[in-house]
Write a protein that binds this ligand. Structure first.
Ligand code: ZN
Ligand code: ZN
Length: 892
């Protein structure tokens, strides 16, 4: 693997079997500090232990994946929890006989490294690579089962060259394009942000820095080409949290409606358009011809009720009007200021609605009426076309506005009346127009709408959009809120965009044979404005591959979300130097359903998870993969908090994994991360709890070691044909625990209750301690209980289970030992408590064998002393028996 300072290479070459020191001096103290490093070294010395096998192995495949971390230099507890979940799952799947792919990598480009570099005067590469090494050591200590031969680091050329390769492929297909546009700019990041990276008007990395709009030439990836598919395929992702699917649906924002042109006066009427109206609304508004206002509406059925047109202050037409109207120019300036400050306070929704008439008019082609054109502070350029038709009678916001400015209100939709209503009132088919305004129900009919009168709203929407299309002043459209992904970043620590600019040939892609375009080292990255790469002449100045003349390289780098959009495909074939990965390897590991289980934070619900879905569809269309979606199952774990708050340096409530490991060991730390809360909920870290887990592990260790010789004596022996009550109870508890944990891995993943189950089993074993010591428990029973206890612990506490496995004299690889199968008969309780009631009141609970029939149950209830006393001298009118549930006596 390309990553430097491989911590595993210096590990001692001890084999797994020799790692355990069988100490006959038998001082039974549990010491994670002694056990864990010994096993860690043994595992590091056998990389094949966690290595995915080739498809020829014949086993079913299982791809378990946790989101890769940013190499900040230190794992935090959120990481530990995320990886402990994935690790338990991967280990369980190995034991179930799967060929498991479980790999790890580093999302290593990005601003944190660049900013740290500025602070410490260390080049980002020199800051990042040691951080990776340090975190790899931490992961090793935690005993995570990663196939390190597949490790990737996105900042290394052997990885990022494929970002560049994909970029060229997308450019060839029109999926990557460059254009000047208004872009989001974060002054703190000193770079452009994608729409997905703007949260409530602020930068996703700087919650209190409002995003500015700047006009810049930028590279975009055409995510909108997949908008429909990204929307529709969400329906298939039933293994995703509903919350995440809803967030994506809202982000993609599909809505059906129509584009309609209004002709600005006094210019002459427009001839029908030759070109189809583009789908991309904002672009279209910006390129709008000065004599047309295009409006997007979901309610074209109300167009006969439009009484004004309203433009966003930034609409190009407003600029044009304002150029010859200084009063209007001042008002527009004011509105822009208001919008900006409202955006900063995240208060756009509560902005007081203000408008100014421009004095211009536009023609409604449906009615031939002239409508006044207004500028409004609540119309936003980034929604729709930046222009709306106001229909006060049938839109709440337009109604409020029309009342404020005394604009005309025309009713064109009324409730549909039923036959009965009409007969009773003796009226026509419409209700009276005094229905409460604004009237917005769509289950209604049109009036005052020319030839569309009497149509239902939905019917009219279709008919009117078709009419507009036929006449050349509109068309039906499905629009998406999703925009293309702006990927240019004016920063250093990212993938260079493989494009050149030649005076003669314009934009020229770097030929594939010249990849990778290497990121130069020793670059001055102080923020003087502009891309740092622009200040490296040796990088910028190059030769045009087309004409051989001088050319300049693109100096922006790619958004680092590009890196994480496809990293998990690289795990399938991490060392490929000829392609991002071998399609055959991807076909094996991804199949048609993608990753079998993806685990990560819900904070990636939009950004990473939309981009990687887009990337997957793009790669499928390149013929590299067959799956439509990266992962059909997604699990989002809760946060790790402390004292009710998110851990942060400023709050001083950060718990360091290293500290916990030093005090309690890795097993206790990771097991507590699984035990303290169901994995999808937030977990409030309590050190007492880790200490409690540590004591439990110590109990397991002491118990096993105390009875080691007797357990070993039971290996190979059959269980006695008849079990004593103690033996029966132990076997029952064991099989109940196996059943519980097996079911939980299949379904709800409540590892906290799994671990609680193991604790209960342990308690039962400890309460049989004296019976075991006195030889009253058959060695085969003890061996079976101990061996399975170790197997059950393996996904949660790999060190202790490895140690005890070896102490028990087992020579097979624990991780490849089949997961225990529960025996339903053994798991079944022998006896059951049945409540006995008299006249519906509980009197006593009797214990009977499971499966006791109706007649025997009646006899047992009547034989009970308390019941006999209670019914003495009374008449039993009726005995109601529900086998397995209850007995009720009706007594007079
Ligand atoms: Zn920022
Ligand atoms: Zn050229």
């Amino acid at each position: 693997m390309p990553a430097p300072n491989d911590s595993t290479s210096s590990a001692s070459p001890a084999s797994a079997e020799s790692a355990s020191s069988v100490n006959s001096t038998a001082e039974i103290g549990f010491s994670p500090a002694e056990i864990e490093p010994r096993w860690q070294a043994a595992w590091a010395a056998q990389p094949e232990l966690y290595a995915a096998e080739p498809p020829a192995c014949g086993k079913p495949k299982y791809y378990a994946l946790e989101m890769l971390p940013y190499p900040s230099g230190k794992l935090h507890m959120g990481h530990v929890r995320n990886y402990a979940i994935g690790d338990a799952l991967a280990r369980h799947q190995w034991m179930r006989g799967y060929n498991v792919l479980h790999a790890m990598g580093w999302d290593a480009f990005g601003l944190t490294a660049e900013n740290a570099a500025l602070k410490t005067n260390t080049p980002p590469r020199e800051w990042t690579l040691p951080n990776i090494a340090a975190m790899r050591v931490q992961m090793g200590r935690l005993g995570f089962s990663y196939d390190w031969q597949r490790e990737i680091a996105t900042c290394l050329p052997e990885y990022y060259r494929w970002n560049q390769w994909f970029f060229l492929k997308m450019y060839e297909r029109g999926l990557a394009y460059r254009k000047k546009s208004k872009v989001n700019w974060c002054s703190e990041c000193a770079t452009v942000l994608a729409n997905e990276q703007v949260v409530d008007g602020c930068c996703w990395r700087h919650e209190d820095v409002p995003v500015e709009l700047r006009d810049l030439e930028q590279w975009f990836l055409r995510t909108t080409r997949y908008a429909e598919e990204l929307h529709n395929d969400l329906d298939q992702l039933e293994g995703w949290p509903e919350k995440v699917r809803t967030m994506q649906r809202n982000w993609i924002g599909r809505s059906e409606g129509a584009l309609v042109d209004f002709a600005v006066q006094p210019k002459e009427e427009l001839a029908p358009r030759d070109e189809p109206i583009e789908l991309h609304l904002t672009e279209r508004a910006l390129e709008d011809s000065p004599d047309t206002i295009t409006v997007f509406t979901t309610r074209i059925d109300t167009i006969f009720g439009a009484t004004s047109l309203q433009l966003a202050p930034e609409h190009p037409l407003v600029k044009q009007f304002a150029a010859s109207d200084s009063t209007l120019a001042r008002e527009v300036e004011k509105m822009l200021e208001q919008q900006k400050s409202a955006r900063e306070k995240d208060a756009l929704g509560t902005l007081e609605k203000l408008g100014v008439p421009t004095g211009h008019f536009a023609r409604n082609h449906f009615t031939d009426e002239l409508l006044p054109i207004w500028v409004e502070n609540y119309v936003l350029l980034d929604y729709g076309t930046g222009a709306i038709m106001a229909v006060p009678a049938h839109d709440a916001r337009d109604y409020e506005f029309a009342q404020k400015y005394n604009l005309e209100i025309k009713i064109v939709v009324l409730p549909r009346r039923t036959e009965t209503d009409r007969e009773e009132s003796g009226e026509g088919k419409h209700a009276k127009p005094e229905s409460a305004l604004p009237y917005i129900e769509e289950d209604s009919m049109l009036i005052n709408s020319g030839s569309f009168d009497s149509m239902g709203c939905e019917e009219a929407q279709k008919a009117m959009a078709a009419y507009a299309q036929e006449k050349g002043f509109g068309k039906p459209v499905t629009t998406y809120r999703l925009k293309d992904w702006g990927v240019s970043r004016q920063r250093y620590w990212g993938t260079p965009i493989p494009m050149l600019y030649c005076e003669k040939d314009g934009i020229v892609p770097v030929p594939e044979s010249q990849l990778p375009v290497l990121l130069p080292e020793q670059v001055d990255i102080t923020q003087q404005g502009g891309s740092p790469l622009g200040r490296v002449p040796a990088f910028v100045n190059t030769t045009c591959p087309k004409c051989g003349g001088a050319a300049r390289r693109e100096t922006d780098t790619m958004d680092t979300f590009v890196d994480s959009s496809w990293y998990f495909y690289r795990y399938a074939d991490a060392k490929n130097n000829n392609a991002p990965f071998d399609p055959a390897a991807a076909a094996y590991w991804f199949g048609e359903q993608g990753i079998d289980q993806y685990i990560g934070g819900v904070e990636h619900a939009i950004l990473h998870l939309i981009y990687s879905r887009f990337w997957t569809k793009m790669m499928r269309d390149l013929g590299l993969i067959k799956n439509d979606e990266p992962a059909h199952r997604l699990f989002t774990q809760g946060m790790v908090i402390k004292n009710g708050a998110k851990m942060s340096k400023s709050k001083g409530n950060v718990v360091s994994p290293d500290d916990m490991i030093a005090r309690y060991g890795a097993d206790a730390t990771r097991m507590y991360a699984l035990f303290a809360a169901p994995p999808d909920r937030d977990l409030d870290w309590q050190e007492d709890g880790v200490a409690g887990i540590s004591r439990f592990l110590s109990k397991v260790y002491r118990f096993t070691m105390q009875h080691l010789a007797r357990s070993i004596a039971g290996r190979g022996q059959a269980l006695p044909a008849t079990l004593s009550p103690t033996e029966r109870q132990l076997m029952r508890k064991l099989h109940q625990t196996i059943r519980r944990i097996s079911n939980d891995f299949e379904g709800r993943w409540h590892f906290n209750t799994c671990i609680a189950g193991i604790m209960e089993l342990m308690n039962d074993l400890i309460s049989s301690d004296s019976a075991i010591a006195s030889g009253a428990v058959h060695p085969a029973v003890l061996y079976t209980a101990t061996r399975n206890l170790i197997l059950l612990l393996q996904p949660f506490a790999p060190y202790l289970s490895a140690e005890l496995w070896s102490q028990l004299g087992e020579t097979s690889a624990l991780l490849r030992t089949p997961w225990p199968v529960f025996d339903e008969a053994l798991a079944t309780e022998d006896s059951i408590g049945i409540p006995v009631q008299i006249n519906g009141k509980l009197r006593v609970v009797i214990t009977v064998p499971v499966g006791t029939g109706e007649e025997q149950l009646r006899e047992a209830a009547l034989a009970e002393e308390k019941i006999q006393n209670a019914v003495q001298g009374k008449q039993i009118a009726k005995v109601i028996v529900v086998p397995g549930k209850m007995v009720n006596l009706v007594v007079k």
